[in-house]
Design a protein around this ligand. Structure first.
Ligand code: 3PG
Length: 417
């Protein structure tokens, strides 16, 4: 960050990689608009810094996972174009300060880049409209790089991708810098391992068991307490022989790994907490009657005792678990939370996630360092009526932060070393 602040780039063309992979929603006439601008706002300090220095700033990003092999460019523009992002940028920076061109390489982009004035920005169209981006094709990386002597990467959320606009251009452009957001995310997430204020409480929920198992295991070495909720928890619960009824258990082949993670937590003296009750229903689809049941071991549950019966699924942590998790959260000086505790987008199953979001926000007020990661958790924060100001940091990277926290070197960072 210091290097970027000291950079003299007045009148220079600067290529800035951002992660503007933001959620879009459809308006009444089918027009798309950005429904959560967190990632755009998070990149603005770097954008403003470079514009303030008088750079001619060219911004490149991906959005979604378009398939350029399967659709025409005009069809891709309708579904995955960066126009909605451009609308937000115009609002934030002033329409006179930013332009948009509907390609990222080729003569149209070249002309728009050549016309840029000092202190002006130009957003290029989605880099993933070209197969060369995800294939990290050298020719494509050369085309993207050809105007630039300075490259700034502020796309924390995409640092785990070995893509042309992430690592390819960094190998070609002579002067590369991390952006302010990348520096901040790396600093904050490294702090979770290097110097967390103890007790460190880690709360992992959500559904991506395969992606998150490694992080849960890693924190079982360093945290004071690890709490697992959401769909994730069912892999651990089922592995122990807890009755889960018809709840879909992801990754059953990971039961052994799940049991080993719990064992590891015990051997490191880390408390490992799973939900003790659930809100259940016949399915998670509609407004059905729900019930609250304890989570019990198959071997010890008589047919009359309450448990998740066949034909029922768990949709949220129950009130007992909420209380148990809240009590732990109150003891923490540092909290890392990734992933909702249930199907929070349905009102019947939102209580647990929203209550935990409020408990973590309350911990921030009492002085705890609170870090929220992952798109679903940030959406839940908004759903709970909270904002980024209620937490120390809301991480902009989903997969990237999980990879980073497992100690894996991210290609977008490795390329600088
Ligand atoms: C994300 O949303 O995690 C990043 O933008 C990366 O997107 P990807 O998983 O499609 O590469």
């Amino acid at each position: 960050a210091q290097a970027l602040k000291g950079l003299n780039c007045f009148g220079e063309l600067v290529l800035l990689r951002t992660d503007f992979n933001v959620p879009l929603s459809k308006g009444p006439k089918g027009e798309l608009s950005v429904s959560d601008a967190t990632r755009i706002d998070a990149a603005l300090p770097t954008v403003r810094l470079l514009l303030g220095k008088g750079a001619k700033l060219v911004i490149v990003s991906h959005l979604g996972r378009p398939e350029p092999n399967k659709a025409s460019l005009s069809a891709l523009r309708l579904t995955h174009g960066l126009n909605p992002v451009f609308s937000v940028l115009k609002e934030r920076l002033g329409a006179e300060n930013i332009g948009f061109v509907d390609s990222c390489v080729g003569p149209v982009a070249d002309t728009a880049i050549a016309q840029l004035q000092s202190g002006q920005a130009l957003l290029l169209e989605n880099v993933r409209f070209h197969v060369g981006e995800t294939q990290n094709d050298l020719d494509f990386a050369k085309q993207l790089s050809k105007h630039f002597r300075i490259f700034v990467n502020d796309a924390f959320g995409v640092l785990h991708r070995d893509d042309a606009s992430v690592t390819g251009v960094a190998k070609i452009i002579p002067n590369c810098f991390p952006g302010l957001l990348v520096a901040k995310e790396v600093h904050i997430l490294s702090g979770l391992f290097l110097r967390p204020r103890m007790p460190l409480v880690v709360l992992i929920g959500g559904a991506k068991v395969a992606d998150k198992m490694g992080v849960v295991g890693k924190f079982c070495e360093t945290a004071s307490k690890v709490l697992v909720g959401g769909k994730m928890a069912f892999t651990f619960l089922a592995a122990k022989g807890v009755l889960v009824g018809a709840t879909q258990v992801d990754e059953p082949h990971r039961f052994e790994e799940a049991r080993n993670i719990e064992k590891k937590a015990r051997s490191y003296g880390v408390d490992f907490l799973l939900p003790s009750d659930q809100v259940v229903a016949a399915n998670l689809e509609g407004p059905l009657p729900t019930a609250i049941v304890p989570l019990t071991l198959a071997c010890c549950t008589s047919p009359l005792e309450p448990c998740i019966r066949d034909g029922f699924v768990g949709g949220d942590i129950g009130p007992k678990t909420v209380k148990e998790f809240e009590d732990v959260i109150q003891t923490a000086c540092t909290i890392f939370w990734n992933g909702p505790l249930g199907a929070y987008e349905m009102p019947a199953f939102s209580f647990g996630t929203l209550a935990i979001a409020h408990a973590i926000a309350a911990a921030t007020k009492k002085g705890a360092t609170t870090i929220v990661g992952g798109g679903d958790s940030s959406a839940a924060v908004h759903e709970a009526g909270l904002t980024a100001a209620d937490f120390t940091h809301i991480c902009t990277g989903g997969g990237a932060s999980l990879e980073f926290l497992q100690g894996n070197m991210l290609p977008g960072l490795a390329v600088w070393t």
